[in-house]
Write a protein that binds this ligand. Structure first.
Ligand code: PLP
Length: 415
């Protein structure tokens, strides 16, 4: 019998998560150890209501302050058809950053006019596909792209991506607003880019900037709103995504309400403000389930707890030294300091360096929280490992939104 129904990770795990009478984690009302048994591991498990609640909290926070706003789901965070469908139902717009994301967004039911197409190097084929589908707005990233659009899409509605020279405190690989960036137009180039769009017959709707991800400092976002707001008389300003989330017990990100206040208090009156959250809509909604395979205790060194996934289903620890929390799914707590390792052929395949677990054993289901963003999105087939399924849970019912890859999928493209 579990001593408590609280996880101690309320701000990290999906809303409504709890420990049931067996001491097992429930997400979306589903016992995750039963999910592991039924669907296998590794598996991405999301609480559908968490995603919906976060979408509503964005809409409510903005609606409480203005009626000129649009919340745009940055779908690179979790490009899953069923998640696109949920967020379309919740009244959001959507950012797609490739032809593939565009395809998924349409499959999920987004109306093309609600789509914003991004990318620092959209191919001709992607631009042509966007135009053919009637994508509402293309966010123009370079002079070369203006020329492509002059040929492919006269009259297309566009926004200009601006690199405002603002560097947030975040990992350098996910900072995008600094002058030295592959994205967008530097401030000095904006007047020339505006002219180029006009002469190409494009309909310029406004400016866009995304300065980076996993940002806790609202002051840089306030500065961004001031900089873009001061650049001219544009009816639309898209201030990007970037609001950070809690990955570990200590993390305390700003609320969505404080974020909305930071942006909206700094933009000029009459402007319609767009924001593009990805991580903060879906990151905490998802967890990953693994099965412990081996426990290797190296005296005076460390204890490796190896699981049946790793850098093929979560690249963030390797790319950005991202930190996470793990627990044995039906024995939260404990005091064994462990390193959670993946099963791939690299020493760098470490998911968590210092996890405190309760006597981990082979066969245990281990869960890692806050993997809902950029986990499935960046999954890969390193070591020819089939990619995990995406399972959505709600009110005790689970549905497979994306099935697990099979070995046959791995040879499907062979010729
Ligand atoms: N908008 C753009 C243009 C981005 O490139 C990104 C992330 O890379 C986002 C929005 C979403 O950022 P986040 O997931 O941090 O909210």
């Amino acid at each position: 019998m579990a001593a408590t129904t609280t996880t101690g990770l309320e701000h990290v795990l999906p809303l409504g998560s709890r420990l049931n009478e067996r001491g097992a984690l429930e997400v979306g009302g589903c016992d995750v150890t039963e999910l592991a048994r039924e669907y296998g591991t590794p598996a991405y498990v999301y609480a559908e209501d968490d995603i919906r609640a976060r979408a509503r909290s964005y809409r409510e926070a903005f609606a409480a302050r203005t009626d000129r706003f649009e919340i745009v789901y940055a779908s690179k965070a979790a490009p899953v058809t069923a998640i696109y469908a949920l967020l379309a139902e919740e009244g959001l717009s959507c950012d797609v950053a490739s032809g593939g994301e565009l395809h998924l967004a349409l499959a999920g039911g987004f109306a093309p006019e609600r789509l914003y197409m991004h990318g620092n190097n959209k191919t001709e084929a992607e631009l042509a596909y966007a135009v053919e589908c009637g994508v509402g707005t293309i966010v123009v990233d370079s002079f070369d792209e203006v020329e492509r659009l002059r040929r492919l899409a006269p009259g297309q509605q566009v926004m200009l991506r601006v690199t405002p020279g603002i560097k947030p405190e975040t990992h350098e690989k996910i900072a995008t607003g600094q002058e030295d960036s592959k994205f967008g137009f530097g401030l000095d180039d904006v007047p020339r880019a505006v002219e180029a769009c006009e002469s190409a017959g494009l309909e310029l709707r406004g400016l866009h900037a995304h300065i980076g991800s996993q940002i806790y400092e609202l002051s840089v976002l306030e500065r961004l709103a001031e900089v873009l707001g001061g650049m001219g008389d544009y009816p639309l300003l898209n201030l990007g995504g970037g609001l950070g989330i809690a990955y570990t017990a200590e993390d305390r990100p700003p609320s969505v309400d404080a974020y909305a206040e930071a942006l909206l208090s700094r933009v000029p009156d009459g402007v319609t403000v767009l924001c593009e959250p990805g991580r903060s809509l879906v990151g905490n909604a998802g967890i990953t389930l693994y099965t412990v395979g081996t426990v290797k205790r190296i005296p005076r060194v460390r204890t490796y707890v190896a699981v049946d996934g790793g850098m093929s289903d979560n690249l963030r620890p390797m790319l950005y030294a991202a930190r996470y929390e793990a627990q044995i799914a039906d024995r939260f707590g404990g005091s064994d300091l462990c390193t959670v390792a993946g099963m791939h052929c690299e020493s760098g395949d470490i998911l968590i360096r210092d996890a405190v677990l309760d006597d981990p054993r082979p066969g245990d289901v281990l869960m890692i929280g806050a993997t809902g963003a950029y986990g499935h999105a960046m999954a890969n087939n390193y070591n020819a490992i089939p990619r995990p399924p995406v399972i959505l849970c709600r009110d005790g019912h689970a549905r497979v939104a994306v099935r697990r890859e099979t070995y046959d999928d791995l040879t499907l493209r062979d010729r």
